[in-house]
Design a protein around this ligand. Structure first.
Ligand SMILES: [Zn+2]
Length: 117
């Protein structure tokens, strides 16, 4: 299960960052996910929830921003959203590539720290 391994990596990173900042609780985790990652946001949230159980990330929520994939024609350079891209470009080329589409980045995270005297 794809989402489970992503959730695990995410939790590891979140907990490591939290401990660096001596945080006592992790609030919101902001993610950016490329359209070609084929991550189902709901599955990722569910997997994260299970893994985070009992840790300081147990109440964390995932804010997921999906970045659309871009299709680029190798011949004429025309770009289109993957969803609406045709089999053959208007220039007649079938040669294309996908761009900016497989990133999975943790953009920011809200941490709560214990009050210090
Ligand atoms: Zn073209």
């Amino acid at each position: 299960m794809h989402e489970l391994s992503i959730a695990r990596a995410l939790l590891d990173t979140a907990l490591a960052t939290a401990s660096e900042h001596q945080a006592t609780r992790i609030g919101c985790i902001h993610l950016r996910i490329g359209g070609l990652c084929q991550v189902v946001a709901e599955s990722l949230r569910g997997a994260f929830e299970i893994l985070a159980e009992g840790s300081i990330a147990k109440d964390a929520t995932l804010e997921i921003e999906t970045v659309p994939s871009v299709w680029r024609c190798a011949e004429c350079g025309r770009t289109l959203a993957v969803e609406s891209a045709p089999e053959v470009c208007c220039c007649g080329s079938r040669d294309r590539s996908f761009e900016g589409s497989d990133e999975l980045t943790m953009t920011s995270m809200d941490l709560e720290c214990a009050d210090e005297d």
